[in-house]
Each structure stands twice: as structure tokens, then as C-alpha cells.
Design a binder for this molecule. Structure first.
Ligand code: 0A1
Ligand code: ZN
Length: 875
């Protein structure tokens, strides 16, 4: 167990390791309780490093023997590692250790999952395998021999030999230890091949447990598409003879990019139409791409230290978003990304867990695999690309690969390639990496029908010429102010560079100024547009060009106008969201009925068959209840989760009533007659169909949903129908729930859905007891992270239930987190973040949440991971 009163590690303390490693040879003699790991490592002094003692990380290792240059030594071993004197020059290090994979429930290092050996070494898991400088800036080639009585024995790189009960692998690309992987088990492969554009033949395999072979085809197609895309768009080719993917049932995260041997949570790779939803398919495609893209952004160029995590993660998320946009269309992808950012990153950035995209200190790095590092990290790259343009971005990336291939790099290196490739000074832009918090951007508009003749040209004028018919001599000015509230450890913030994409529309709907990027660098700044005949309607922050909160006083009429006419799909959606937010907030705070004008304008878009079903479906998304609570809090109100629930439910009921007449035609339009394909076109139709079915179910008590459930031949239709039946209440879903269980009880991934859906679809006053009952179900294997999350993340995501006034939601989650922490600190710590918004709520809820957090904090033997999270939330 890691100690619970740990040190804080600072970016400013970075020091290179005193030695380089020339090569690493590892032999594994596998046995569940007594695996032997024999390491032979050639060290040589690192000329660029300051003098230091020789220290190797190592945790939970039983040292059997150690030797330097063949002579046995007795090092000083502590809970964190080992020290010993070493020669001045190069030397051969040998160590044999014993580990117990079967006893490893933390799922870090070498562990077992259903009889299969598997590793997870990012971030600091390799130190549970052997003594080693377990830091990303120490890179080496690896040769691995695996001995074990199992049919499939895999490691990184290329296979170099195999026989009965053994296999050898060599990875020619120097890598840090966190990219090491080993898998051994009774596995079967779904195989294919790929020829790179320079003609290298690559064998592709997805390894799964027998019985899962039929769920690999989609992942394989996604892999091949990713390989082609990275060649075409980034000029990056694959660099080994094999690329292996393994599906494992017990995994803390989604997947891991180990060199040549990606390991996936089975939920993120296995898919079939009968067992997976459209959302699952899209997510699997994105994660396969993400892990594959890491081969260049993460593996060939890695991070110097863990503070630079966003260097690989922000960039790789950005790349996988580009890939999904290209595969499925950019508009809805952007809308979904922004929804996700607001739902997961904004609460983090605006609460006690707020930290910069590049943090400056941590206790446990595993706690920094966050939405800020990943998703805000990707947003920062999106802004860079907007500022330097597509060509500048392409030149900078080419230079990045050329200059840093084989390096362990930093954010400074990353920004320097942009400066060198484009001639821009990015000194101020860098604040996006160092300042935490979500900037608030407010805007004021002024219109002067006649621009003052003597006025000098405005600062930062928009360069676009107005089209002829709109010519006049009016001036329209946008005056922006930015302000970032204090975050932990950062009371004062300096202005950031904010790219604000703006377009101007004429009152007749024509675009008079197409999208222009205003580059805001000061705390307050104005931008004028001259030569306009009439006062335009401004579409601001198009495509969500910066991860900020836009505070804009804008009439409902103007927003309805943008909803109807904006040429920017994101802002069309955003106009509707903003009207929805205002409508819901008025209902919550003073019981005002929903905004009828907005509902009618929205109805027009939703029934407009010239628009894609996918976009129309997105338009039907309402702001989440968590987002409404966030908004109320920002406006200085105390959110009442019950009132938020009532208003959201009430609005859906009114939508159903008001649109009653159009629902059947919409349902018909959304019907897919062709055989199931998880592509963008069909997915969009089914997404629209599921929203319409949800509305219909409010009118017919679940009749249409039952029919869909009975006829469904794919999981998307089956599960959306089941959700509607469960939401209809009064036992409408009981029979379907039982039928679903009977049909899928042997499929663990589908059963995760069965568990989660019951919590997600319960009324607030029963959801906690539903969750509690499910934790007593015979199939609730709480040691399996997917099953644990199915129930308890669903509870944390049920806003009104988790924040139940009696504290029962907090208590249930705390009980289970305390129990899980003793087995699996990493998943426990991640899930603790559910409490991060606790200070927003009323005194009674706050007291109950605080008590739950304090109870977790007081648990004897609490892990370093969970201790850090809870402490940050309680401070
Ligand atoms: N690097 C992986 C995600 C990952 C991160 C940490 C892990 O253990 C602490 C496991 C996986 C990715 O970005 O996909
Ligand atoms: Zn990643």
C-alpha cells in the first residue's frame, strides 16, 4: 500500500536521471503467485545529468538477487525502491525479483484478469514489475522472453522466436518503461494485415478470449482506417511488423497505447450490432484511433516528465477528434465535444480540483489523467491551429516530428516548433498551459449607423470586405472583456490569448461578414467592422473557438434568429441551448412556463428534413441537470436539484404535448430500413428516433417503446426502448427488464448496461435504493471496474439522486469507495471526483457531502491516490 502522507512533486524540481540505459533484457517466468522477473540492464553515466545517488524505483517486489557486473550486491531496499553504490563508468545491472500477479487487485503492474496475465504500466506501474528508473525520460530498447504454460505470449515490438511454453520479443524503438506491456493467456486472434505507404507489411491482430471472436471486425476496420488516416493527414507511418491489440475485462481506464501492443478495456474494443449501441461503436472507433495515433504522439515522441502529460494526451485527443470529424462529419462532432467539455471539464476547472493543463505539482500522477489535461489540452491545440492557420499547423507538426522524433519532450519544445515554423511569439499563449480556470468572456455591442469620418482605423479591424449589397457606412463594434476567477493556488490571472471566431449576419439572414478570427490579447479589447448598411446580428465564438464561458446579454429574438439562420452549425445549436438554459432557469427560479417561441423555433429545425437527422437530434439535447446547477451557481444562486429535475422533466413533457402531432412523422423519418450499419448516416437516424421515442413515451405510456423493444434486432434500438419503458415508471419496464436479463445474462458488457440503465432511468426518490439493491445483486462483481462503474457512476451521474437532500446518494457512494480503495486505489480516486461540486449546494447537502468526504478521508490505510483527491476537495 502506498503511504497516505506523501510528498508533493514539483515540475520545478525536474532533474535528468544520472544514467542512460543502452538495452533492457527481461525474462518472465510466469506463475500466478510467484512470477519471477529477471532483468539485465546496461547502464552508462548520463553526461548531461547532475551527480546523484543511484536509485531505482520498485514497489511490492521481493528481491531475490542483485548483481553489478556479475558480482552479487546487497542494496538498501525501501518501500519506494532501492539504492546501492555503482561503478563510475558503464555497468551491467542484474536483478531477479518475485511478484504475485494473482494478488494484484490494483490493476497496475503485472496482474491477472480471468486467468490471463496482463500489464498496465502508465504512469508508474513498471516499478511493480522490476527495479527500474521508472520515469518517461529514460528510454531504451527492450528484449523480452516470456516463459509460461499458456498458448499466447505477447510483448512489445516484433516476435523474434517462440517454442513450447516460451516466446521472445524485441522492440527496436527506444521507449520509456510506461510503454512496456506483456500479455499471456488462452486467447484467439482476429487477424488482418495492412501495407504502409512505403510498402511495409504489418500483421494486425485483435486478441480476445475464446467466444469473443465475433466482436472484433469493427475494431479491425477502425484500426485500418486510423492507419490510413495518419498516413494521409499527418504523414505518419507505422513502424513495426506487427500491431497487436488485446481485450481485457479488468482494466482501470479505456485503453493503453503500449508500443505495438495496445491493451484495451474490452468495453472499448469488442462490438457487435446485437450487443453494442451506436454510441459504443463511435467510441470504440475513436479510442482505437486514439491509441493508434499515440504511436507517434506519445511513443515516438514521449513526455520528459509527467507534468508534460498534455503533450501527448492533448495532442492525441485533438488528432482523434479530427479523425472522427473526418469519418462522421465535423458539425455534430464539435457539438458533442463541447457538450462533453462542459459536462466534465468545466466543473473540474471551476471547482476545488482545478489545475492547469500542465500542472506544476502533484502527489499522485494517476489523479491527473483528467478532462483538463485531455480535453482542455486538445482545445488549446485547436486554438493554436486557428491562430496559425491550417498551413502553419501542418508546418509546425512536420517540424515537431522531424525535430523531436525519439525525444522525451516538453511543452516548451512543442510551442517552439510553432514559433519556429510560423514566426509567431507564443509567450502569452503559453498561459493556456499554466493558468487554471475557465475564462469568462463578456461582450458588448455598439452600432453607429454612420462611422465617424475622422475616426482612425479601428484597432484589429476585421479584414473581410462586406459584400456589395450590404455596403454602407455603418460601424459595428464588439467590445470584449475577459476575466478568469481564482483557482486553487492561483488567485490572480493574467489575460490570455483568445481566438474569437465571429461572423455577422444581415437581418435578412445573409452573411455580411463570414467567419473571422478576432485575436483577443488584452483584458478588454474592441473590434470594429466598418462599411455595413444595417446593424448586423453577431454570431460570436463560432465553432466554440475557445474554451471559455461567453457571457452575453442578447435578446431572445436575436437568439431565435441565429437558431434559424446561423451558417455556423455549432452556433445554431448554441443559440437553442442558450434559449433552453434561460427557459429552464426561469422555470427553476420562479416557475415560469417554458419559452413557447423557442419551442416553436426549435420545432421548425427539428422537422426540417433538409437538415441531417444527426444535427436535428443534437438540437433536441437539453442542457444537462449538472450544467444547469453549474449555471445557477455561476449566477450566484444555490441550485436545488429537485427543482432542476422537475423543470427538466416538465419541459420534456411540454415538448411532447406541444409536438404531439409531428411525432409520428418524425419517428417514421428516423426509421432505418436497411440492415444495421454503425455509420454516421444510420447512427444519426437512430439518434433522432430515440429522442422522438422518448417524447412519444410520455404520451402513450410506453406503447411505442414496447413495440420497438419487441422488434429490435440491434442493441441501440433495444436499449433506447428499454430506457423509455423504465422512465415511463409504474412497472412499465419490468417485463422488458426481465426479458433483457434473460437474453443477455451471459454477456458481461451487455449486463453492465443492464445495471447502469436501471439507476440512470430511476426517479430521484428511488434511484439510490435501486443502486443499493443492484450492489447486492449476485452479478455485482464490485472488483471489476466496469461493473462497479456501471452502478456507481450511474448514481453519481444522476444529478437529483446523487444530491438527494437526505445525503443517501453521498453515503452510498462513500461506502463503496471506501471498500474499493483497499483493492483498487486508482479507480476509487477517479470516482471520488463525483463530489467535486459539493460546495455549490445548500447547507444541509454540504454538511452531508462533507461528512461523506471526511469519512473517506478518515479511513485507516487510505491510499495516496484517494487521500489526495479527498484532501483537495475538502480544502
Ligand atoms: N494513456 C492512455 C490512458 C491511460 C492512462 C493511465 C492509465 O493508468 C493510470 C491507463 C491508461 C490513453 O490516453 O489512452
Ligand atoms: Zn491517450
Amino acid at each position: 500500500m502506498k503511504d497516505a502522507s506523501p510528498q508533493t512533486i514539483y515540475l520545478s524540481d525536474y532533474k535528468p536521471f544520472g544514467w542512460q540505459i543502452e538495452d533492457v533484457h527481461l525474462t518472465f517466468r510466469l506463475a500466478p503467485e510467484t512470477t519471477r522477473v529477471i532483468a539485465r540492464i546496461h547502464f552508462a553515466p548520463n553526461p548531461g545529468a547532475p551527480a546523484q545517488d543511484f536509485f531505482l524505483h520498485g514497489e511490492e517486489l521481493r528481491l531475490i538477487r542483485a548483481a553489478i557486473d556479475g558480482a552479487e550486491i546487497v542494496p538498501v531496499v525501501t518501500a519506494e525502491g532501492l539504492r546501492c553504490p555503482v561503478p563510475d563508468g558503464p555497468f551491467l545491472w542484474e536483478a531477479e525479483v518475485e511478484i504475485a500477479p494473482a494478488a494484484n487487485t490494483a490493476l497496475e503492474g503485472l496482474y491477472m484478469s480471468k486467468g490471463m496475465y496482463c500489464t498496465q504500466c502508465e504512469a508508474e506501474g513498471f516499478r511493480k514489475i522490476t527495479f527500474y528508473p521508472d520515469r518517461p525520460d529514460v528510454m531504451s530498447t527492450f528484449t523480452v522472453r516470456i516463459e509460461g504454460d499458456l498458448p499466447v505470449l505477447l510483448s512489445n515490438g516484433n516476435p523474434t522466436g517462440a517454442g513450447d511454453g516460451w516466446a521472445e520479443w524485441h522492440d527496436p524503438w527506444p521507449k520509456p518503461a510506461y510503454l512496456f506491456a506483456l500479455v499471456a493467456g488462452d486467447l484467439v486472434a482476429h487477424s488482418d494485415s495492412f501495407t504502409t505507404r512505403s510498402g511495409r507489411a504489418v500483421a494486425l491482430n485483435i486478441w480476445v478470449r475464446p467466444g469473443d471472436e465475433g466482436k472484433c471486425a469493427f475494431g479491425m476496420e477502425a484500426l485500418k482506417k486510423s492507419m490510413t488516416w495518419d498516413e494521409e493527414v499527418y504523414g505518419r507511418e507505422y513502424d513495426l511488423d506487427v500491431f497487436n491489440i488485446v481485450a481485457v475485462d479488468d482494466f482501470n481506464m479505456g485503453a493503453m497505447e503500449n508500443k505495438g501492443l495496445n491493451i484495451f478495456n474490452s468495453s472499448c474494443v469488442l462490438a457487435s450490432p446485437e450487443t453494442s449501441t451506436d454510441d459504443n461503436f463511435e467510441r470504440i472507433e475513436a479510442i482505437i484511433a486514439h491509441e493508434y495515433f499515440h504511436n507517434w504522439t506519445g511513443n515516438r515522441i514521449t513526455c520528459r516528465d509527467w507534468f508534460q502529460l498534455c503533450l501527448k494526451e492533448g495532442l492525441t485527443v485533438f488528432r482523434d477528434s479530427q479523425f472522427t470529424s473526418d469519418m462522421r462529419g465535423p458539425e455534430v462532432k464539435r457539438i458533442n465535444d463541447v457538450r462533453d467539455l462542459r459536462a466534465r471539464q468545466f466543473p473540474e476547472d471551476q471547482g476545488p480540483l482545478s489545475h492547469p493543463v500542465r500542472p506544476e505539482s502533484f502527489q499522485e500522477i494517476n489523479n491527473f489523467y483528467t478532462a483538463t489535461v485531455y480535453e482542455k489540452g486538445a482545445e488549446v491545440i485547436g486554438m493554436l491551429k486557428r491562430l496559425v492557420g491550417d498551413d502553419g499547423y501542418a508546418r509546425a507538426l512536420d517540424l515537431y516530428f522531424e525535430r523531436h522524433d525519439g525525444d522525451a519532450a516538453t511543452i516548451e519544445d512543442w510551442l517552439r516548433v510553432f514559433e519556429d515554423a510560423t514566426g509567431r511569439d507564443l509567450g502569452q499563449f503559453k498561459r493556456w498551459y499554466s493558468q487554471a480556470g475557465t475564462p469568462r468572456l463578456s461582450v458588448r455591442e455598439t452600432w453607429e449607423p454612420r462611422a465617424p469620418a475622422s475616426t482612425p482605423p479601428s484597432r484589429d479591424p476585421a479584414t473581410q470586405e462586406a459584400p456589395d449589397q450590404a455596403r454602407g457606412d455603418g460601424r459595428f463594434t464588439l467590445s470584449f472583456t475577459q476575466h478568469t476567477p481564482p483557482t486553487p493556488g492561483q488567485p490572480d490571472k493574467a489575460p490570455q490569448v483568445i481566438p474569437i471566431a465571429v461572423g455577422l449576419l444581415n437581418p435578412n439572414g445573409d452573411e455580411v461578414v463570414p467567419t473571422t478570427v478576432l485575436e483577443m490579447t488584452q483584458a478588454s479589447q474592441s473590434f470594429s467592422f466598418d462599411g455595413l448598411a444595417t446593424r448586423p446580428v453577431a454570431s460570436i465564438l463560432r465553432g466554440f473557438s475557445a474554451p471559455v464561458v461567453l457571457e452575453r446579454e442578447q435578446s431572445r429574438e436575436e437568439r431565435a434568429f441565429l437558431l434559424a439562420h446561423d451558417t455556423d452549425a455549432f452556433n445554431r445549436w448554441e443559440a437553442s441551448q442558450s434559449l433552453a438554459r434561460d427557459s429552464l432557469l426561469s422555470t427553476i427560479t420562479d416557475g415560469t412556463p417554458p419559452d413557447a417561441a423557442w419551442l416553436d423555433a426549435l420545432h421548425k429545425v427539428v422537422t426540417d428534413s433538409t437538415l441531417t437527422p444527426d444535427f436535428r437530434s443534437s438540437m433536441l439535447d437539453l442542457p444537462s441537470q449538472g450544467e444547469l446547477a453549474q449555471l445557477l451557481h455561476r449566477r450566484g444562486n444555490v441550485p436545488d436539484p429537485d427543482a432542476i429535475w422537475q423543470a427538466s422533466e416538465g419541459l420534456r413533457g411540454i415538448m411532447a404535448e406541444r409536438w404531439r402531432a409531428s411525432l409520428p412523422a418524425l419517428a417514421e423519418e428516423a426509421r432505418v430500413d436497411a440492415p444495421y450499419r454503425p455509420d454516421a448516416e444510420q447512427t444519426g437516424k437512430r439518434a433522432l428516433g430515440s429522442k422522438i421515442l422518448a417524447l412519444q413515451s410520455r404520451l402513450d405510456g410506453g406503447k411505442a417503446a414496447q413495440a420497438q423493444f419487441d422488434a429490435a434486432d440491434n442493441m441501440t434500438l433495444q436499449l433506447t426502448a428499454l430506457a423509455c419503458l423504465l422512465r415511463a415508471g409504474a412497472g412499465a419496464g419490468d417485463a422488458a427488464l426481465a426479458a433483457f436479463h434473460a437474453q443477455w445474462k451471459d454477456d458481461r458488457l451487455v449486463m453492465d448496461k443492464w445495471f447502469g440503465l436501471q439507476v440512470a432511468c430511476a426517479e430521484p426518490d428511488t434511484a439510490v435504493s435501486v443502486a443499493a439493491a443492484l450492489t447486492r445483486h449476485a452479478d455485482f462483481d464490485w472488483r471489476n471496474p466496469n461493473r462497479f462503474r456501471a452502478v456507481l457512476s450511474a448514481l453519481a451521474g444522476h444529478h437529483a439522486a446523487f444530491h438527494a437532500a437526505d445525503g443517501s446518494g453521498y453515503d452510498l457512494l462513500a461506502d463503496w469507495l471506501i471498500r474499493l480503495d483497499a483493492k483498487n486505489p486508482q479507480t476509487t480516486a477517479r470516482m471520488c471526483a463525483a463530489f467535486q461540486t459539493w460546495k455549490r449546494y445548500d447547507e444541509g447537502r454540504q454538511a452531508r457531502a462533507r461528512a461523506a468526504l471526511e469519512r473517506i478521508a478518515a479511513t485507516p490505510g487510505l491510499s495516496r491516490d484517494t487521500n489526495e483527491m479527498v484532501t483537495r476537495m475538502l480544502t
